[in-house]
Design a protein around this ligand. Structure first.
Ligand code: BG6
Length: 513
């Protein structure tokens, strides 16, 4: 069962601790957990990186970021928390760094009483994942076997590993990384992060579907016309131009292969037999397994790639993708991708799922739109042209303005006028902030806490990784083999390329704006 109590004592080791993620996200999230009393009784953190720094300098370097990014900062609490934070100079990609690191970890475990439990966090460029995993194994820093022979079965020591995407840059490299991990860690000790699964609204999808009786009976091909999942961003590639323009980048890999297919699998999965991680993850994997293979000949009909050119965001002129720092001026990289997906199951046969994501779009929004079919018969011919009746629609706003909106048709009050205005669409609106008066929790706090507790529910199983790559790989291969002549094909600040609208309009549908 998922463990919802305080996590057992542990040391967190962050490889790549001098990087951005540590100061922007990881440490503020851990600090918030500390304030909330959610960290283990005995806890310590060790940042590892090549930059020369003493513990004190590392803490000072983190201070401003935590002050800015944590939810409940105060200096006194920071002083307490900072005592748990340490730094070790070492190159984690080099074998010779590991004996010293092991000694330092042992010292900290004694100092803070954290025992043998360790959560390793890879906050590194993806090409460094493999050497670090191999070194951890080679230096016997992962003692799974010992765990199973432990005398105290209630407190078996554990070593877990957490990492963010990209998990490979294609299906083969992802499978390779999974094999490397599998030689050192058990699957139940591997925490592959998808920060979308840490978002409140994404988690609420399960509650919405399975803690209510009224939606699930309609959640199928009989009533649903199609589903849209959108992740639109106004930002460009910011300082990540050289990564985004590399073989690991592009919108299809960066957003659809990872986040959007996960969101889709939560929308489409069957009810799991329990909320245990294994049950839930295997239902999600089944959805991905059921996705119909996109043949190379289908790619032009089912996938759209786009790239932004110069444009405007509000009043601000912004450069095109090819003018961004670190980007090849002839780059064919997709900053926008849209995909039509068929899930070949009894529940979803014939219901298209449309996924799209892009940078430098008109608005920041992540949402799921469930579009229902029209009523089977139109009774209101006198009041309204039947074609004007809007089918029901559920919009789940993942961010910002987290909430759920249900659209239905309503009668305009007053005497009948026989005009088309007698029936109009109205909306029932549930808004997180207004309802719960609570700020959604930062995804990293949820994910770090879950990993310390040993709850894998919100992390991806190796099977899900493989299946998601299987879905996008033919599109990636086809795109790689055809030099696009039409890029850039949308202006920054617009809603993306015209071809994405055509993807839906061919079937008489349109994107929710
Ligand atoms: C990351 C992508 O995984 O998600 C980024 O690499 C993207 O390119 C980010 O901007 C979006 O996350 P969020 O939480 O802002 O929707």
């Amino acid at each position: 069962m998922p463990n919802t109590g305080k996590p057992s004592s542990c040391l967190i080791v962050i490889f790549g601790a001098s990087g951005d993620l540590t100061k922007r996200k990881l440490i503020p999230a851990l600090y918030d957990l500390f304030v909330a009393g959610q960290l283990p009784e005995k806890f310590a953190l060790l940042g590892v990186a090549r930059t020369q720094m003493a513990d004190e300098v590392f803490r000072d370097h983190l201070y401003d970021w935590v002050k800015k990014n944590a939810h409940n900062f105060d200096d006194k609490t920071w002083q307490w928390f900072a005592r748990l934070v340490h730094y070790h100079v070492g190159d984690p990609t080099v074998a010779s760094s590991f004996p010293d690191l092991k000694t330092r970890m042992g010292q900290l475990a004694l100092l803070h009483g954290t025992g043998e439990n360790v959560l390793f966090y890879l906050s590194l460029a993806p090409q460094f994942y493999e050497p670090v995993i191999v070194h951890l194994g080679y230096h016997n820093m992962v003692t799974e076997g010992k765990a199973w022979c432990s005398i105290n079965q209630a407190a078996r020591p554990w070593q877990r590993i957490m990492m963010y995407k990209p998990f490979g840059h294609d299906r083969e490299s992802a499978a390779h990384l999974n094999r490397v991990l599998g030689r050192v860690f058990e699957e139940e000790s591997i925490y592959r992060i998808d920060h979308y699964l840490g978002k409140e609204t994404v988690q609420n999808l399960l509650v919405f579907r399975f803690a209510n009786a009224i939606f699930e009976p309609l959640w199928n091909r009989q009533y649903i016309d199609h589903v849209q999942v959108t992740a639109a961003e106004t930002v460009g590639v910011e300082r990540r131009g050289s990564y985004y323009d590399s073989p690991s980048g592009g919108a299809l890999r960066d957003m659809i292969q990872s986040h959007l297919l996960q969101v889709m699998s939560l929308v489409a999965m069957e009810p799991p037999v329990s909320m245990r991680a294994d049950d839930l993850r295997s239902e999600k994997a089944k959805v991905l397994q059921a996705v119909r293979e996109i043949g190379p000949q289908d790619v032009p009909q089912m996938a759209v790639r786009g790239q932004y050119g110069p444009g405007r965001l509000g009043e601000e002129p912004v450069p095109g993708y090819r003018q961004e720092d670190g980007v090849n001026p002839q780059s064919p990289t997709d900053t926008y991708a849209a995909l039509q997906v068929w899930i070949d199951t009894w529940r979803w046969s014939g219901v298209p799922f449309y996924l799209r994501s892009g940078k430098r779009l008109a608005r920041n929004t992540t949402e799921i739109v469930v579009q229902f079919k029209p009523t089977p018969h139109c009774l209101f011919r006198a009041q309204v042209a039947c074609a004007n009746l809007q089918p029901n629609q559920i919009v789940i706003n993942v961010q910002p303005d987290e909430g759920i909106r249900l659209r239905f048709e309503g009668k305009v009050p007053g005497l009948p006028t026989n005009s088309t205005a007698d029936i109009r669409s109205v909306v029932m609106d549930f808004n997180y902030a207004a309802q719960f008066h609570a700020q959604p929790v930062e995804a990293y706090a949820t994910l770090l806490l879950d990993a310390m507790r040993g709850d894998q529910t919100l992390f991806k199983h190796r099977e899900e990784i493989d299946c998601a790559w299987r879905v996008v790989q033919p599109v990636l291969d086809t795109w790689a083999g055809t030099a696009p002549s039409d890029l850039p094909n949308y202006a920054a600040g617009s809603w993306g390329p015209a071809a994405a609208d055509e993807l839906l309009s061919r079937a008489g549908r349109k994107w929710h704006q």
